[in-house]
Design a protein around this ligand. Sequence first.
Ligand code: OOB
Length: 526
Amino acid sequence: MNLSIKQELEARYEKEVWIDTTLGEALENWAEKYQDKVAVTFDQVDYSYEDLNEKASRAANGLLKMGFKPGEHIVVQLPNSYEFIALVFGMFKAGIIPIFALPAQRKNEIYGILKNADATGYVIADSFMGFDYLSLADEVIEMGYEGKVLVSGDCKSFLSTEDLYRESADVLVESISPSSVALYLLSGGTTGIPKLIPRRHGDYLYMASQVAKRCELDEESVYLVSLPVEHNFPWGCPGVIGTLLTGGRVVIATVSSPDEILGLIEDEGVTITALVPVLANMCIDLLEYDDFDLSTLKVVQIGGSVLDPNLAMRIEESFECTLQQVFGIAEGLICTTKLEDDDETRFYKQGTPVSSYDEPRIVDEEGRDLTAGEFGHLITRGPYTIYSYFKGAKECVDEQCYFLTGDRARFCEDGNIQVVGRLMEMINRAGEKIDPTELEDMLVSHPEIEDVQVVGIKDDNLGEKICVFIRNDEETLKLNEIREFLISNKVAAFKLPDQIKYVSDWPLTNVGKINRKELKKMGEII
Ligand code: OOB
């Protein structure tokens, strides 16, 4: 990375783009502006902007009193809740940096994160969805974690988060720069210890406000947190932050289940929510035999993994609202379609960057720019995209400061981006490169195939072989029937699948994306 390029870019963003407040100050401003207007609804209780600001201030003072210092790192692994939002804003106010862990993570990952981050605190709930987090805390301590443990609920011998909120809500004097790190998000990936992504106050606020504009949020908007809130999508795209900065109301779902999500949309008059494709599909299944009044819903955002155009259309039909495709990375760049985009764009494309300062490019293996229509590697730089992970774990930008997404994408003639999958997911079968999405698109057009994934499986002779996974309780088609179907659709012989497997449910990652690495493993078991 060329440091003088980075400095030039940063000087420009600081002058022209970033919002000159911290997230903590932002909450103070919102509370002054919106006062007793409801900011958050959780578990049927409404909390005003003033409530939230007060609780956050108490948390900030409580944390400092407990001995935490500005600049220290605390891993927060709480379920979706009002407390998560209040506590994290307390950290923003105190200049303590939260690391957003997911409730589904277990000891190896959590210990790895605590250790890599040099965390001095770890916040958990006592239990959630039948899982005992106190035992998890015991385990990470046994593995060598030496910091404090704070528990929401029955804390046993650990510290209680309730003690934090007993402190005074008097204004704090911590002076924090808007260009300092506000929080760490975790990088995707389903194996290994996630890398920490530093996101700064001013650029995160800027990103959330840009996405909020794309979603046309206003003070009447009601945003439902359907996904785990620690994920960048429901937290800031526009998510919790984008909704609060426009004076809207955030409703929180505790578990990402279709009945809870659809029930809350009806009960709370939700106008917008964000889902991953698998979850949207599950909601559609439920809508087929259960009635929910979704008439307040205006926008369903879908992102996180490739959305099949057929599912895209069914989403609009079933939810009776506008679909907004969102391509995003926790490391920065967010692209979305616009609400007024035509059908072709909404169903097939992932939109355009939310900032005119974003500089996405599609390049070939030598780094040369490709023209519209050609697929290549998506790289990007811009005011809210990182240059490095915490402690420089893995180089992630090129010499000119472009972040390497690892995604395979193209620009359409109209400037919209289309992302088709991960570059590394290209199957390499005896040296021939096969794009799994091409086969998937073809296979879903078969009347007996609704849900399909194609992955490359290790093979001693071929390097990789092609395995088709079909989600269906019955094994309707045989391998040779699938091959014949593809042949009749003029698919080249070297792209024909070697193996077929049926699953009744997809293995999912912590945030509900289809876990393709797990599928690869399942494919290897004969
Ligand atoms: C979101 O962020 P991450 O960091 O969990 O995952 C990023 C990766 C991308 O590199 C891409 O491979 C995939 O997830 N992805 C999509 C996609 N959105 C993300 N692939 C195809 N189509 C899409 N629409 O997943 C994320 C962050 C903010 C907003 C939305 C999603």
